[in-house]
Design a protein around this ligand. Structure first.
Ligand code: URA
Length: 224
């Protein structure tokens, strides 16, 4: 279209694909004026057996749950494993998602974690200290950043034989399988993982598989 002279910027024919244009430029194709769609921002409650990738592989992409126009033009800001549930942020604003996921931004992410082995009263203080000091994960150079661990008290536990303890863990980085590897490093095993919060954005009562647009205030939290 550029080559054939159909594209005009502020009335002048534009042929250079590298030309920079700005929001207030008037761009037409064959006389039809284009309108720029603003960026889009969503929160979704991911279910198990869905994946945070734009390509459907063994499992469907979480983008299939978003019944919005051109959902596959969006991307996921911070992936979860196929068997992890919870809060996923989705956008087409690369700068915004960078602010969510870049380790340099140290954005806190909170996970509810169900564990195979019990965390006894005796072991708890040492475990909290280990997570605060940082753990050595296999194949990584340095220690993990300080992470905060809170045990969910016995009375709050749902009676389920498949796990022996439940914790809330907040980390400020997002290495591959980080939470599972952190608990493996202290001899425990994650049997269930659910992300509840990213920065000040909380999943709240959004039902599994449901989504909504982020509010202006939520979007502003990661704007730069
Ligand atoms: N850490 C994990 O191990 N898995 C996730 O899905 C997210 C964080």
């Amino acid at each position: 279209m550029l080559k054939s002279g159909e594209v005009r910027v502020n009335g002048d024919v534009a042929k250079n694909a590298a030309m920079q244009v700005h929001e207030n430029n008037i761009i037409t194709i064959d006389g039809q004026q284009l309108t720029a769609r603003g960026s889009r921002y969503f929160i979704l409650h991911k279910v198990v057996d869905s994946i945070c990738s734009n390509v459907d592989e063994v499992y469907p992409s979480v983008l299939n749950f978003l019944d919005v126009d051109k959902a596959f033009d969006l991307h996921i800001a911070g992936r979860l494993d196929a068997d992890t549930t919870g809060l996923v942020l989705i956008t087409d604003d690369g700068r915004w998602s960078h602010n969510v996921i870049s380790p340099k931004k140290e954005c806190p992410k909170t996970y509810r974690v169900w564990l195979r082995n019990e965390i006894t009263d005796e072991k708890l203080p040492e475990l909290i200290e280990q997570f605060t000091q940082g753990l050595q994960l296999q194949g990584e150079d340095g220690l993990t950043r300080p992470a905060s661990l809170v045990r969910v008290e016995e009375d709050d536990l749902i009676d389920d034989e498949s796990y022996r303890s439940e914790v809330l863990l907040t980390i400020t980085e997002g290495k591959y399988h980080q939470v599972k590897r952190m608990f493996a490093a202290v001899g425990n095993r994650v049997v269930g993982l659910h992300r509840e919060q990213i920065g000040n954005i909380v999943l709240g009562d959004l039902a599994p598989g449901e989504w909504r647009e982020l509010t202006m205030d939520e979007i502003a939290l990661f704007a730069s």
